[in-house]
Design a binder for this molecule. Sequence first.
Ligand code: ARG
Length: 588
Amino acid sequence: MEQILNLMNQEAVKAFEAAGYDGSLGRVTLSNRPDLCEYQCNGAMAGAKKYKKAPIMIANEVAAQLQKSQVFEEVNAVNPGFINLRLKREFLTGYLQRMQADENLSVEKAADPKTIILDYGGANVAKPLHVGHLRSAIIGESLKRMGRFMGHKVIGDVHLGDWGLQMGLIITELRRRQPDLPYFQEDFQGEYPQEAPFTISDLEEIYPAASKRSKEDEAYRDEALEATAGLQQGKPGYRALWNHIMRVSVADLKKNYGKLNVDFDLWKGESDAQPYIPDMVRFLKEEGYAHEDQGALVVDVKEESDTKEIPPCIILKSDGASLYATTDLATIVERRKLYDPDEILYLTDKRQEMHFIQVFRVAKKAGIVKESTKLTHLGFGTMNGKDGKPFKTREGGVMRLENLIRDIEEEMFRKIMDNHEIDPEEARATAKIVGLSAIKYGDLSNQASKDYIFDIDRFTSFEGNTGPYILYTIVRIKSILNKYRSGGNTVEGCVIGLAANESEKALMLELSKFNEMMENAFEEIAPHKICSYIYDLANSFNRFYHETKILSEENTEQQAAWIALLELTRRVLETCIDVLGFSAPERM
Ligand code: ARG
């Protein structure tokens, strides 16, 4: 469906032209004086210079034309030359009725759907997920859902860190603890065991122990580097161990991402890019893109227009080892071959910005991607504690994601139990759902690139700009709809009517902005716009609700019209939270 603002614009263009002015002056915007009007047009101000006429004169002439429109019910030219507008109630109702009948709620699917690879999550195998990975997962999941809602083909890839030194460290530590395992016997001929010689809890203890030791003990570190190289060169025992580490870790990661309602289409990782590296390096050398610099192989990527120093991208270290950039470039080769994407979008901490500038430049310069392929990095800010420093546990350690989720659920459970009589078991289940909304909304309601303060008290509050407040509003609507149904009525046949009062019209106006908001939020990769929209919508709904006796209304036609409006509000809110990656309970 055409955006309602465009329909207004078309009216304004016609009015300017009919009054003898340039139609492009007819641009309508949301009012910045909601006490005076709903929308406004400032075209007469802009036209004054061009036509050497007082703006109010132009405004008066255009307003006279607009009076005839079927779109506006109030048109006022006011000094010095603004045109204040209010929508005709019939027009607004007609628009919402069409929205009601549209399964996509007025949002138009992309005419030319794109294949977009979304690289998010980015967990490192065998290291516990920590809050730093939280943002990538939450924002990425919502972008994936947004893209799909807009009709694109979005492929989510977790892109695991599964090939680095952490693997060599774990192998080294295992060898020290259990030297008799077959994986470490040079001449082993048989089949390696099916069962991993460790559990996920073992791994979670082994990695930090190994990492700590490697920092204190140089011989140990060398051993780990050698194990890493051995693995990368395909040593069978190490390969078999690596497979165990992967299986055990990935199962655990899936469980944790599952708790966050985050799921990936592809569980690929850095290791999948390895087969593409040799050919890619050869190509970069032969075509003259890469050259040697102090033993390393580098590609120059600085450009004349740079305002800051962009260092060369290192492809191979002097010992021939590949790096993060090498893997990312080879992954682009793989993605092009397997999926031929129109766009690849990466989500990481913004501190990785330079890395992506370098990688993207090499990819474009050397033609590793097509000219038309869009490469985008969305760098997000840090999640801080109330002290303004990166979020930590009370003891000052790195907060594990699992524990963070547990703390929020606990707090939510306490609040729900405090609120009213409820079966504790049901309260537990509800606390999970509402807790997730608290975490996700708390994150997504901030512009991604900004740092934000993770404030459990505020995020779990039922009041204010929070996930629980949005869910509370949805639950309130569902409860009215259910009561209506239990009186023997059906909701589905109800049709939206004319606004009966000011707060109803305000709610209707808010609903009519849905497609514009969604299209914008996707365009600008900005989930926070969805959050601020549903916050406004929830506020408008609650104002209407407090001013209107819906269930006791005696005029059944009027009542049905309100029920239809509630149902549309519910659908819009639930569609938005689904796109954000959480859901609402039936009761809370
Ligand atoms: N594993 C990386 C980290 O923890 C993030 C990976 C992001 N994706 C990418 N293609 N580089 O920092």
